[in-house]
Design a protein around this ligand. Sequence first.
Ligand SMILES: [Zn+2]
Length: 85
Amino acid sequence: MKFCAECQTLLEGVVVALRQHETLMHIGISLNLDGHLTDQVREEVAPCLVKSFNVAQVAWDGYCEHLIAHGLLIPVRKAVAVETD
Ligand SMILES: [Zn+2]
């Protein structure tokens, strides 16, 4: 089993990105619960939320690829949505 400094750097990047996404999600959830999530607010919050999700996804994918390169993970096909009746 192999670990290196980049393992930690990539993992920390994932954690930071997820925390930023979590913060924005909490804001959105709180606004919704308080009844303040108007269409205008939603239009302002949604792009930031999506961007933070994508940043976290890219960080996670990079971390996974790194662990695959170490032989710690086996590459698998990503799950895809299937149409159901
Ligand atoms: Zn590594």
